[in-house]
Design a protein around this ligand. Structure first.
Ligand code: GLU
Length: 433
């Protein structure tokens, strides 16, 4: 049976690269109807923190990467590593250096890795130093604990980042010394920025939780990360998790670096947001509004839902939603200086906005159709194009020159807010220098 594991060290928040490793293991297990285990590599007592462990598990749950069975903690298995190392000591395969137990590497031998992605990789043991198994502080090294655990938990496939390729020959030597059958290895390509250098803070956020906070949906993250190194064939980009599970296969994982393209990630999220239901979006928006102090008790959830429906087809993240809709939730209209210059500070605009406000004030039924009629008839009377009323009104009410259909914006903004903003713009913002 296929058994894979994700083995994070809780010494930092979940990096997008680690999340991708977890996802590939999970997809492989689910596709093969195998098991996906979670092992916590917490032998670095100084750097391991509960806070990081909680965050890693929370991120995995958020992505929907459920694991099978109990969590394994390396810090609780120290006795097993010690006993195993002592076994090698007794056989003469390892020696003591102070309190440390060290495995003796015989030079001049060729070790072969048969990697499922890279094919055969050969390494001469001349390049491998003697391997510390147990450090003088009693803690096992990564390579040793990894071998002991992967074999004890009957891991069939080790799927991990390319940066571990240099560890694999060392681990193979240890499997052989312990007379254990090694698992199969699949080293997945490094994640690169668009400039093809290793992904780092320079390229943007590298921790998964930062994307969560910005308002990327878990479905987007799974879809996007799945395509970092794997492809389903064809040009398909938007795939449901079920489709990905069904098609996931290591033979379609590339050897070379996978480019993390933030623009593509954001585009993909905009597609998921556009199709997301109100039930999905409401709690996310509510949390974001609360975080910004924009959620007051009097806020009507039905009305918030209208704002969401109005904007969800044109935002990249929940953060972007808040940026575009600030004027709906606060008295502070985020005026875009260029938009004010181009649309409001123009001769005659103040008079038109005042007249439009007068008209709108008299509308009996406040809906987009009536607002549109009022707008078009005023434009006709003034012998101007409707656009010459629409553009300055959008800036006056939302602060921005782009956005959804103006008549729908005004309907949702409400009569009072619309009229007062038009009057405010006419008196305070339109003066032409
Ligand atoms: N704790 C190691 C890491 O986070 C695990 C590597 C492995 O999968 O063997 O890189």
């Amino acid at each position: 049976m296929v058994r894979v594991r994700f083995a994070p060290s809780p010494t930092g928040f979940l990096h997008v690269g680690s999340a991708r490793t977890a996802l590939f293991n999970w997809l492989f297990a689910r596709h093969q109807k195998g098991e996906f285990l979670l092992r916590i590599e917490d032998t670095d007592a100084v750097r391991s923190k509960l806070e990081f462990l909680d965050e890693i598990m929370d991120s995995l749950r958020w992505l929907g990467l459920n694991w099978d069975g109990e969590l394994a903690f390396q810090s609780k298995r120290l006795e097993i590593y010690r006993k195993t190392a002592e076994g090698l000591l007794n056989q003469g395969a390892a020696y003591l250096d102070g309190k440390a137990i060290i495995y003796k590497v015989t030079p001049g031998e060729v070790i072969e890795i048969n990697d499922l992605i890279h094919g055969v990789i050969q390494v001469n043991t001349l390049e491998i130093k003697d391997q510390v198994l147990i450090k003088s502080d009693g803690m096992p090294t990564y390579n040793f604990a990894c071998v002991v655990d992967d074999s004890e938990f009957k891991i069939s496939h080790v799927i991990r980042g390319d940066d571990h390729i240099s560890n694999t020959p060392k681990q193979l030597l240890l499997y052989r010394a312990l007379k254990l059958a090694p698992p199969q290895f699949a080293h997945i390509p490094l994640i690169l920025g668009t400039d093809r250098s290793r992904l780092s803070k320079r390229h943007g956020a590298t921790n998964l939780n930062e994307y969560r906070r910005m308002g990327y949906l878990p479905e987007t993250v799974v879809n996007f990360l799945a395509l970092l190194g794997w492809s389903p064939g064809g040009d398909r980009e938007i795939l449901s998790i079920e489709e990905i599970i069904q098609e996931f296969d290591l033979s379609r994982v590339g050897k070379t670096g996978a480019v993390f393209d933030l623009a593509k990630f954001s585009w993909m999220n905009s597609q998921y947001l556009k199709n997301a239901s109100l039930e999905t979006l409401m709690p996310l928006v509510q949390a974001a509004l609360k975080e910004r102090g924009w959620w007051s008790n009097g806020l009507d959830p039905v009305w918030v839902g209208q704002v969401i429906e109005l904007y969800k087809g044109r935002v990249e993240t929940i953060q972007d939603f808040c940026k575009q809709t600030e004027g709906f939730f606060t008295g502070n209209i985020p005026f875009d200086a260029d938009a004010v210059q181009a649309r409001l500070k123009q001769p005659g605009v103040d008079g038109r906005l005042t007249q439009f406000a007068d008209r709108l004030e008299k509308i009996a039924r406040w809906d987009s159709a009536s607002i549109e009629t009022a707008c078009r008839s005023l434009a006709e009377e003034l012998k101007i194009k409707a656009a010459d009323l629409i553009h300055p009104t959008r800036v006056a009410v939302t602060g921005r020159s782009v956005g959804p259909s103006l008549f729908h914006i005004l309907e949702v903004a409400g009569k009072e807010r619309t009229v007062s903003r038009l009057r405010h713009a006419a008196t305070s913002l339109c003066s032409v220098q």
